[in-house]
Ligand binder design. Structure first.
Ligand SMILES: Cc1cc2nc3c(=O)[nH]c(=O)nc-3n(C[C@H](O)[C@H](O)[C@H](O)COP(=O)(O)OP(=O)(O)OC[C@H]3O[C@@H](n4cnc5c(N)ncnc54)[C@H](O)[C@@H]3O)c2cc1C
Length: 464
């Protein structure tokens, strides 16, 4: 006999577990099926463990910059295994936290792989053995995504790594190649560089962090090079050869073919949705390449089946997954939630220097036909950034000249990943330049640069 629920969520990542908790708050009887670890990629193999690693590399960088602050320390060294162990501990702690939250919210958790087994039905199995049959009027698929694998660059756990292997490396590679300069590639390149590896970052597009504003990409490119990273853009990797305990990448860029040798290689060339073995065949669920197609309320083509998070395509971000989870559950409960505006989803990259943005880039705003007012403020004009010893970077704001609407904000520099939410709120509230100028920013804070950038767009900047 199938166990019956009001809602079954497949996948316990930030999309799935948040959806399950919201449904429980709305008095639904909820089950969640997870085949690996609660918390999904984000808590176990993504957002959180990478930030724990990046914290270590920031500390290493700071320890090697002590002189600037009047300190001296001899014999500064680290134990790489301990750095990785701490990151795994942080991930485990948070995954345990999700287990507790689900229990507190009376969500029944099944440990296993779920697949659709007819209208309103799911079967759960573990290691090929049946675990449970579930019935539910509503089923949310939140099965996430995994690293895209290019032929010839298959992760082998030793020489070629995906993000998973890169997060649990047994030792610091002396020389590392990172292919792909999106957020994941740039974060790993920055981590390993700041821990002491010689890093070559290779990007196929004509600039790194290609989804960011072009000025931000250019700034980070220069900053990486200043930190002695080798950055190659407009590059085509023709092949990767394994040689003993190392790799060689054959790279074509600017009409020249070169061979780059390293000890290890990270492939960070994109994400594909986990659409396989979900029982989608024979349903009306539409799959576009590797992503499930939904409407703004998470509905797929199959009545009663919904999809959220990485499974539904870009932006592949945890907060997008969670927010979609909430919207979908509230729509199921008949609450008529607002659809999400994808331009109000901030994106952050935690490399050194940090990058954060929300809304349209200047180029995208121009191509949409807006007449623009653009403001810029460099952190070298900000007292707190100078006092912190981190005056590199800037804040750029893009406004619609006609209405004063904030179309986009782009930041690179200290703690910008914490600050971008200020502009996120501004966009959600449909704030114009006038309210942003009227907002009082505390002094001294790095956030004052956000105010100054707005002032600059209208010819009123004070500190530069
Ligand atoms: C290295 C790295 C760094 C990242 N850093 C950030 C960051 O800083 N900020 C950010 O916002 N995002 C970041 N991301 C992206 C973020 O991890 C994802 O956007 C987020 O995890 C998506 O959540 P989700 O719930 O859609 O899917 P996932 O987190 O992938 O969860 C899906 C879950 O479903 C389970 N599952 C799959 N199929 C089944 C099945 N049939 N039955 C049962 N269970 C199943 C999986 O085991 C998994 O636990 C990063 C990703 C990576 C790889």
């Amino acid at each position: 006999m199938a166990e019956t629920f009001d809602l079954v969520v497949v996948g316990g990542g930030p999309g799935g577990y948040v959806a399950a908790i919201r449904a429980s708050q709305l008095k639904m009887k909820v089950a969640l099926v997870e085949r690996e670890n609660l918390g999904g990629i984000c808590l176990n193999w993504g957002c959180i463990p990478t930030k724990a690693l990046l914290r270590a590399s920031e500390i290493n960088h700071l320890l090697h910059s002590l002189d600037a602050y009047g300190f001296a320390a001899d014999n500064v060294r680290f134990d790489f295994a301990k750095v990785v162990k701490r990151s795994r501990g942080v991930a485990a702690q948070l995954s345990g936290g999700v287990k507790h939250l689900l229990r507190k919210n009376k969500v029944t958790v099944f440990d296993g792989h779920a697949r659709l087994a007819g209208p309103g039905k799911l079967s759960v199995s573990k290691d090929g053995k049946p675990v449970a049959e579930l019935a539910s009027k509503h089923i949310i698929l939140a099965t996430g995504a995994r690293a895209r694998v290019l032929p010839g660059m298959e992760p082998d756990g030793k020489l070629i790594w995906s993000y998973r292997e890169a997060m649990v490396a047994p030792a610091l590679p002396k020389r590392l190649i990172v292919i792909g300069s999106g957020a994941i590639g740039s974060e790993f390149a920055s981590f390993y560089l700041n821990m002491g590896s010689e890093v070559t970052l290779i990007e196929a597009m004509d600039r790194i962090l290609p989804v960011e504003d072009a000025e931000v990409s250019a700034f980070v490119h220069k900053a990486f090079e200043k930190q002695k990273m080798k950055v190659i853009v407009g590059a085509k990797v023709q092949g990767v050869r394994k040689e003993g305990d190392g790799v060689a990448a054959i790279v074509e860029a600017g009409g020249k073919v070169t061979e780059i040798k390293a000890d290890r290689l990270i492939s960070a060339v994109g994400i594909v949705g986990n659409v396989e073995d979900l029982g989608l065949e024979g349903t009306k669920v539409q799959v576009d390449r590797t992503h499930v197609v939904t409407d703004a309320m998470g509905r797929t083509g199959e009545p009663g089946v919904y999809a959220i998070g990485d499974l539904t395509g870009p932006p592949w971000l945890a907060h997008k997954a969670s927010h979609e989870g909430i919207i979908t559950v509230e729509a199921i409960a008949g609450l008529h939630p607002h659809a999400m505006d994808v331009l109000n989803i901030p994106g952050c990259t935690y490399c050194r220097p940090q990058v954060a943005s929300v809304g349209l880039t200047e180029a995208a705003a121009k191509s949409k036909g807006y007449d623009l007012k653009v403001g810029r403020f460099p952190f070298i004009g900000n007292g707190k950034a100078i006092a912190m010893g981190e005056p590199e970077g800037f804040v750029k704001t893009v406004f619609d000249a006609k209405t004063g609407a904030l179309l986009g904000a782009h930041m690179v520099g200290p703690e910008v990943t914490e600050m971008i939410q200020g502009y996120g709120i501004a966009r959600t509230l449909e704030t114009t330049e006038a309210e942003l100028m009227h907002t009082v920013f505390p002094h001294p804070t790095v956030s004052e640069a956000m105010h100054e950038s707005v002032l600059d767009a209208y010819g009123r900047v004070i500190h530069i």
